[in-house]
Write a protein that binds this ligand. Structure first.
Ligand SMILES: NC(=O)c1ccc[n+]([C@@H]2O[C@H](COP(=O)([O-])OP(=O)(O)OC[C@H]3O[C@@H](n4cnc5c(N)ncnc54)[C@H](OP(=O)(O)O)[C@@H]3O)[C@@H](O)[C@H]2O)c1
Length: 248
C-alpha cells in the first residue's frame, strides 16, 4: 500500500489527458493530492481520466486550456485554485515534438513550438507561484534532448528543452526565498502517443538506450511523485535524467 504523502495538497498537471501527463495525474491522486489537469482537445480521454481517478477514491478536474495561449494557461491556474482552494504542486508537462530538418521549419512553427514547450511554463509559474509557499513544488517535464541531439531533425525540440533547463535554474533561484523548489525531469524515450515503443523511430532509439527498452509513463510519474514529496526538499534547480542510460 502506498503512503498518502501528498494528502491535502493540490496539483495542476498541464497536458494530463494522455501519456506521461495522465500517468502523473493518476500517481499524484493515488498518494492523496487533488489533481487538476489541462488538455488541448481530447475531451473524451480527459473525462475518462477524471472518472478513473474518482473511481479509485481520488479527486480530479479536467480543464481545457491550450498551452499556446498564455491567458488560457493562467486561467487553468486560477480555475484550479477556485476548485480546490489553492495550488501546491505545478507540473508543466504539456509539450509537442516536431522532427524535421532545420530548413523545413517555418517561423510560425518555431513560435508555436516555443509557445507550447517554453512560454506556457513561464506563464503557469507567473500565475501559480504567488499562490504557493514553503514546501511547494514546481516540476517540468523537459527531455534528455535538452542535453543531446542524438539524430538529425531535433533543432527546435532540443532548443526548447535546453531552454526549460535554464528556466528551471533561474526560477529555482528566484523562488528559493519562498521555500518553493523548482526542478526539471529529463526523460529519454518513453512509450506514449508522442513516441510509441513500436513506432518508426523505435528501433534506432532502442539501440541508444543502455537498458535496451523504452521507459514507461508510470516510471516518470514515480519520479514526479518523489520530487513533489517532502522527502525531496533539498533538491532545487536540478535537471534529472530518467532515460535508461540514453547515449551514456
Ligand atoms: N514520450 C517521450 O519519449 C518523451 C521523452 C522526453 C520528454 N517528453 C516530454 O514529456 C511531455 C509529455 O509527452 P508525452 O509523450 O506524454 O506526449 P503525448 O502522448 O503526445 O501527450 C501530450 C499531452 O499534452 C497535451 N497537449 C499537447 N499540446 C497541448 C497544448 N497546446 N495545450 C495543452 N495541452 C497540450 C495533450 O493533450 P490532448 O490529449 O488534448 O492532445 C496530451 O495530454 C512533453 O513535454 C514531452 O516533450 C516525452
Amino acid at each position: 500500500m502506498q503512503t498518502a504523502t501528498l494528502s491535502g495538497k493540490v496539483a495542476l498537471v498541464t497536458g494530463g489527458s494522455r501519456g506521461i501527463g495522465a500517468a502523473i495525474v493518476k500517481r499524484l491522486a493515488s498518494v492523496g493530492a487533488a489533481v487538476a489537469f489541462t488538455y488541448a482537445s481530447a475531451v473524451q480521454k480527459a473525462e475518462e481520466l477524471v472518472k478513473e481517478v474518482e473511481a479509485a477514491g481520488g479527486k480530479a478536474l479536467a480543464l481545457r486550456a491550450d498551452s499556446s495561449d498564455p491567458d488560457s494557461v493562467k486561467g487553468a491556474v486560477s480555475d484550479t485554485v477556485k476548485a480546490f482552494g489553492g495550488i501546491n504542486i505545478l507540473v508543466n508537462n504539456a509539450g509537442l515534438l516536431e522532427v524535421k530538418p532545420y530548413d523545413q521549419f517555418t517561423i510560425e512553427e518555431f513560435d508555436h513550438l516555443m509557445a507550447v514547450n517554453v512560454r506556457a511554463i513561464f506563464a503557469a509559474v507567473q500565475a501559480a507561484a504567488p499562490q504557493m509557499g514553503e514546501g511547494d513544488r514546481i516540476l517540468t517535464i523537459g527531455s534528455i534532448n535538452g542535453d543531446i541531439s542524438a539524430f538529425p531533425g531535433m533543432s527546435l525540440y532540443s532548443m526548447a528543452k535546453a531552454a526549460v533547463a535554464g528556466l528551471t535554474r533561474g526560477l529555482a533561484r528566484d523562488l528559493a526565498p519562498l521555500g518553493i523548489t523548482v526542478n526539471n525531469l529529463q526523460p529519454g524515450p518513453i512509450d506514449t502517443d508522442m513516441n510509441p515503443a513500436d513506432g518508426s523511430m523505435a528501433p534506432m532509439l532502442k539501440g541508444l538506450i543502455s537498458l535496451g527498452r523504452y521507459g514507461k509513463a508510470t516510471e516518470v510519474a514515480g519520479l514526479v511523485s518523489y520530487l513533489a514529496s517532502p522527502e525531496a526538499a533539498y533538491i532545487t534547480g536540478a535537471s534529472i535524467n530518467i532515460d535508461g542510460g540514453f547515449m551514456i
